[in-house]
Design a protein around this ligand. Sequence first.
Ligand code: GTP
Ligand code: MG
Length: 276
Amino acid sequence: MPANLPIEYYKLEEEYGGTTRREDKLKLLEKMLSVIPKHKGTQKVIGEIRLKISRLKKEAEREAKRKKGSRRKGIKKEGAAQVCLIGLPNSGKSYILNKLCNKNIASTDLPFETASPEVGMLDIDGVQIQLIEIPSVYPGFYKKRGEERGLISNSDLACILISTDKDLEFIKKEVPLHVDYIVANSKNLKKLKEDIWKKLKMIKVYTKEPGKPPEKRPVALKKGSTIEKVGKTIHKDFIKKFKYAKVFRKKAKVKERKVGLNFVLEDGDIVEFHTS
Ligand SMILES: Nc1nc2c(ncn2[C@@H]2O[C@H](COP(=O)(O)OP(=O)(O)OP(=O)(O)O)[C@@H](O)[C@H]2O)c(=O)[nH]1
Ligand SMILES: [Mg+2]
């Protein structure tokens, strides 16, 4: 049976049709509710309005949550590469971050102590690597933790910390890895650093100006990078005005050579740009 509704209701309904902002819609719906007489004939309309209100409120909640999350999500990629630490509770992720990156993250026997990702910078022979502690893995982790999922798939390498093969099995089942990974089952921190560097498949190249000693800080590049890549990394003018480069390679037979933009570099090379 059609509900016999007061004229104010129809006015509000018309206004509602013309609004787009969620808050305005909510206000109008509440007003509609307040002007509708409550009896059997209006139950359906009231029910529909209540449903609309609850949907809009849920939508608002979801959006607020998303915004809150994205504020924290702001882990910016920094340094030459990004490595995430993955493991079970108490596997020593925070311990490693504290030791290797000079951090002060809570690290006790309490499991799941790290509730959200923590970041530190790891110095490997002058190259800055971003290390991220991913909160500990638990059953259902991957489905529920969108932020962590994003961080893992965005990183260049995952470092899985385990005590037993069972741990590894569990972690691999819970966290589908689409990036390179290494497995560490001890806290030999020196070895861990070496393994990370090896697996990143990068080289360190030192630039120098003619007549000056090499820069102390190396440029880190993917293995197989050329002179052109180094040039682009430091300043595009080096490529625009490029004449040639000199490469100094201490361990090679030919310790110094004149090369072009396509020359492939090796770890430890020193590069001197000559421009016009
Ligand atoms: N001495 C020593 N202590 C360690 C080592 N690894 C972990 N620990 C200790 O074991 C405890 C747990 O380590 P955490 O680094 O907090 O573990 P986590 O992987 O961050 O685990 P969550 O609590 O889930 O974040 C802490 O008391 C650490 O100090 C290690 O290699 N050597
Ligand atoms: Mg921790």
